[in-house]
Design a protein. Sequence first.
Length: 650
Amino acid sequence: MSKVEVLLEEERTFYPPKEIVENSNVKQWMDAHDIPDIETLYQRSKDTEWFWGEVEKDLVEWYSPYDKVLDSSDAPFYRWFTNGKYNIVHDALDRHMGTPTEHKVAYIFESEQGNVTELTYRDLYNEVNRMANGLKSLGVGKSDRVALYMPMIPALPIAMLACARIGAVHSVVFSGYSPHALQDRIQDSGAKVLITADGFWRKGKVINLKALADEAVKGTDIEHTICYQWAQVEVSMSERDIWWHDLVAEQPDECETQVMDSEDPLFILYTSGTTGKPKGVVHAHTYSVGVALTLKWVFDLKPRDVWWCAADIGWITGHSYIVYGPLMLGVTSVLYEGAPAHPEPNRLWEMIARHGITVLYTSPTSIRMHMRFGDEWTQKDDMSSLRLLGTVGEPINPEAWIWYYENIGKSRCPIMDTWWQTETGSFVISPLPILPLKPGSATRPLPGFGAEVHDHEGKSVVNEGGSLVLTSPWPSMLHTLYNEPERYVEHYWTKSGDFISGDIARVDNDGYFWVQGRGDDVLNVSGHRIGNSEVESALVSHSSVSEAAVVGRPDDIKGEGIAAFVVLKMGVEPGDELMKILWNHVGEEIGKIARPDIIYFVDDLPKTRSGKIMRRVVRSVLVSKEVGDISTLANPEAVKEIEDAVKHNN
Ligand code: PRX
């Protein structure tokens, strides 16, 4: 990797209100442990055994205690809380029974059409147990994989918790993914049961999810599809299909929680990598410790808070901060089925006012979209209940940060810009509500976490762009890649034992991190990771395409958009119609989010002498940068092809 340019210089600093600092959970913990200031906390938390051993006491309950906080003897297969007996569902549900939390609202659920239902912790407990018993009756047990392809309705967390309760491993596939993508993930995980729904609402239309699921299960080993009736659309039910309500009808609402080992897997979540094959990131039950701590300290959640993480449960953000984290802390969360600006651009703001939401966590893409609607849409609703804000998924540009701060937080609410990944399971670099903020920086690694920026020789650098690595293991870390332990070792770990995030970042003189984006061949579209090669494979799988190069292009709203350069097979004519066909084809192969924003037809693509397509060169031409060294190209004339195509279409 050559030296990375540092583009962003942001000087403004924002201090959190005194009353937030004084009452914050992190400050209270510091006081209780005689830690006088944040620097001391950062220092003392480097003692892994002490720090994580101390914090877990407030967060989790064990069936039987662990021996050691961390065993690094088989690194990078780190073992946390060795030999402890545990199940995350005990902390999320069981331990609240018989306490005041039992009758507290766990989820305020709002459908896109505006119907609101409330589920208490007791309701959730009963529903989870019934479903857990239902799954058992189908022969699902410990370590079996269950695929979930569901909308944002309470049945989704219920299904996840039901799996976890009986020791089964859930693999949630985002409901916007295509049947093809679902099928790949079912096959890779070897799931034998799929849970889905008849359909759901998105922007006023019903999506017939069961029909997509039916297509996906063809040719897989799925023995049963469980279908939750939600949108009341007509579906076809085969012999192996079963309605959720029929499955649970006769089931008792008690189900014993399976006692698990600390290291036992809780879920697999697939994420895009640099090759076409998605990576099955495996998290264990004890990932709970990192998730609960980060939520409690960063978003400072208190019993009276109404928390809204406006992400989809199909991604890691929803797993950790809609399902497991908030339930462990016993807070009330908002769960919303639909689109963020439907039917009017102020849907989010109006929901904040109606539900008295106190902490909102969303994405830079969503913020930029709302900026475009105009400030007047943020002035219609009373958002005075808010006290903290957050963002995740992509770098937030200072302009969007300031807009969010002023228009939504009314200059009162600190913004927690949390940097993390599917692999990290929880926030890693993030502000605490007691820290000064700089717009566009996720600030510093949280206590108990370590990060550095390394140059291409692996040396730690300051004020210089480089590769973002994590320098110490953490409890919510991925444990392996499903069925691919070698890929886990090779892809993520340097020889000297640092975790490679794949991102490019810079650390400033105050130790604040400025994440610039991916440094590998992975796109980040609206905060969603999509491998360049995944889109290329989808394009090449069409009968008219011979080769494709897919690169990112700057996008005002999405952060990054997708540009595809396509070489057609001999005799195939380019044109608008074919463009539309290919665009749809990618949507069918992967999902709508992966459809290219623009497709260029070219006769050749720049390649190395060994035939590898040089995406770097293609991207440089596209964003009108210097092309750089092309001496290693086998066909330098292809660069001209790309230049002409771009010029012609702009
Ligand atoms: O590039 C970083 C970006 O999102 C990637 C992780 O994507 P995913 O595994 O899908 O998880 C998204 C939700 C945690 C990272 O490698 N990213 C995430 N948060 C930030 C970010 N980039 C800059 N700032 C952030 N706060």
